[in-house]
Design a protein around this ligand. Structure first.
Ligand code: NAP
Length: 291
């Protein structure tokens, strides 16, 4: 299936950042790319590139929390191309705040997007890929899928869940010629920080009304440290390159770290005891010296 025909890819969250760059990268490398997004009002820029560069790229509407939109897109692609070779699960966002102040519904929403949406997509493409005897499923996890960070327990646990899912599923699908792997970016310059959601009941220095939340100070430091860290982040293009590498390798690796920060931090994680590593994490995310 891989060598005879043009490869067909489906990507989620193509309106922005990593999904945007990855969609263009795959299309520029000869892969017919279905760049999907939940809001088609954001499709002009990617379609302009596709037209200008004569790329095989089509935009479809897909919200990963909406089962009907997932099945609609799968049916449409199968109707048009009769196959799906590559799925890139990229759509995601971060919910921020101390766990004590997050509403359970907000945490469920985080998991609907970052975890259950991915399960639905994987379950939809597996029968197709199994029949083809070929498939690549690339999942955009995070350094936060390997390491915990303060005030990010909802996001981090959704990415840890994804890591466990993929690490287990690999064994099930490999016999059918399907390879599934994880991309683990460090800090990447995208709209991620702007799209970050602060829990509705989270008490910050601006809405505290003298309510003595014990988390205000650390939260303020964490929020203030975000923008400078993201300004120094790696480019979405570096992540797109890694996705392309995973897609084109005969046997992709289980995990691909992306960015100097991610490589450095995981390097330290492997040789540092938990207590010592916790100090490095606090220094890093609260804007003191970086590890
Ligand atoms: N940037 C980083 O530092 C970083 C680091 C590690 C991992 N990641 C991961 O990389 C992935 C992409 O993030 P990014 O950095 O490119 O951020 P981004 O610029 O904010 O892009 C996020 C994308 O996900 C889409 N999305 C969110 N909820 C969705 C839903 N329910 N259905 C469909 N699409 C949805 C957004 O669509 P809208 O435009 O409609 O909001 C957008 O296209 C995420 O999984 C994130 O966790 C990012």
């Amino acid at each position: 299936m891989k060598n005879e025909q043009q490869q067909i890819a489906l990507i989620t969250g193509s309106s922005s950042g990593i999904g945007f760059e990855t969609s263009l990268r795959l299309a520029r490398n000869g892969i017919y790319t279905y760049a999907t997004m939940r809001n088609l009002g954001k499709s002009n820029e990617i379609l302009d590139y596709a037209r200008k560069d004569n790329l095989s790229l089509k935009v479809l509407r897909l919200d990963v929390t909406d089962d009907e939109s997932i099945s609609g897109v799968i049916d449409k692609i199968i109707g048009e191309k009769s196959r799906i070779n590559i799925l890139v699960n990229n759509a995601g966002y971060s919910l921020l705040g101390p766990l004590e102040q997050l509403h359970i519904d907000e945490i469920k929403e985080e998991f609907e997007t970052n975890f259950f949406g991915i399960i639905k997509l994987i379950q939809s493409v597996l029968p197709i890929m199994r029949k083809q005897g070929y498939g690549r499923i690339i999942n955009v996890s995070s350094l936060a899928g390997r390491i915990g960070f303060p005030l990010s327990s909802a996001y981090v646990s959704s990415k840890f869940a994804l890591e466990g899912l993929v690490e287990s599923l690999r064994y099930e699908v490999q016999p059918f010629g399907i390879h599934i792997c994880l991309i683990e970016p460090g800090v990447i310059k995208t709209n991620f920080v702007n799209n970050m959601k602060l829990g509705k009941n989270v008490i910050t220095s601006s809405n505290s009304n003298n309510d003595n939340s014990p988390y205000v100070e650390v939260l303020q430091k964490r929020i203030s440290a975000f923008k400078p860290r993201f300004k120094k982040g790696s480019s979405a293009g570096e992540v797109a390159d890694m996705v392309l590498k995973a897609v084109t390798s005969d046997i992709p690796k289980a995990r691909y770290l992306v960015g100097e920060d991610a490589l450095k931090m995981m390097g330290k994680r492997k040789i540092t005891a938990d207590e010592e590593f916790a100090k490095l994490v606090m220094n890093s995310v609260l804007g003191r010296d970086s590890p």
